[in-house]
Design a protein around this ligand. Sequence first.
Ligand code: SF4
Ligand code: SF4
Length: 57
Amino acid sequence: MAYKIDIEKCVQCGACQANCPVDCIAEENGNYVIDADACVECGTCEANCPVGAASAE
Ligand code: SF4
Ligand code: SF4
């Protein structure tokens, strides 16, 4: 299991990236992507996302 960002729901606010403790969320051309190998599944991105776009698969 890993966390994933639903790009259809994401409003590109950057809150997940700013709060990830292991800095494993990258932004490329407005798309936020989680590096599943580096993710420690802490759930902080899900807790900080205003639109529920980040969640565990
Ligand atoms: S679950 Fe935690 S470690 Fe994984 S991407 Fe979200 S904030 Fe980062
Ligand atoms: S916190 Fe949610 S809406 Fe904001 S960039 Fe991350 S996934 Fe997208």
